[in-house]
Design a protein around this ligand. Sequence first.
Ligand code: DX5
Ligand code: ZN
Length: 220
Amino acid sequence: MMKLSPSLMCTDLANVAKDINELDAAGVDQYHIDIMDGQFVPNFTLGPDFIHAVRQQTEKPLDIHAMVEMPERFIDLFHDAGADMIAIHAEATKNLQGTLTHIRDLGMKAGVAINPSTPLDVLNYVFNVSDYVIVMTVNPGFAGQKFIPAMYGKIRELKQIITEKHLDIAIEVDGNLGTETIPKCIEAGAEWFVGGSSSVYKKGHSLTDNVQTTKHLMAQ
Ligand code: DX5
Ligand code: ZN
């Protein structure tokens, strides 16, 4: 099932509640919350207090993208703040299997995020403890970067594995998803789309208009 997940790091932080009300009404499916620790990626963004604040504002699922070293340290914190699903980076932990299992044990969906240069092999022994995979289509850290074209092939390859193995795993794509890249990602097999500066937060249009345009693109 196609899902649109606006990236709240792109939202106007002085007007989060107002933006969420508008996005809720426009019919987004869930919210993508990027957490950066200044170590796994060279930037800092949102944290558990932000998750908690958003939790008060919406009933929609909160999709946490943990761009942090040793994410196993923070799973309970994110859960208690109101997370519904957490994706951790395969590159950031020495215990991918155990951390995914812990996320599920707490009643959340577990996701694995992989950087553009990370091979799909890292997923081999954790498919049975994963609900979704985030294929990063840019190097994580910043909004507004360029899509890496080699990622179309990676999405296609992952989709093939999922189909062959009859797995119940969704492919989420994250980074520079817009008019040009969304149709190609759909064709390759992606289902969940992070809406950032090239779609939901495109300048010059209202959030409502941008959500409509993006959902229309996703329905093609
Ligand atoms: C990048 C983040 C993304 C980003 C998406 O490190 O994980 O969620 O905010 O923004 P755009 O769509 O502008 O690349
Ligand atoms: Zn993200």
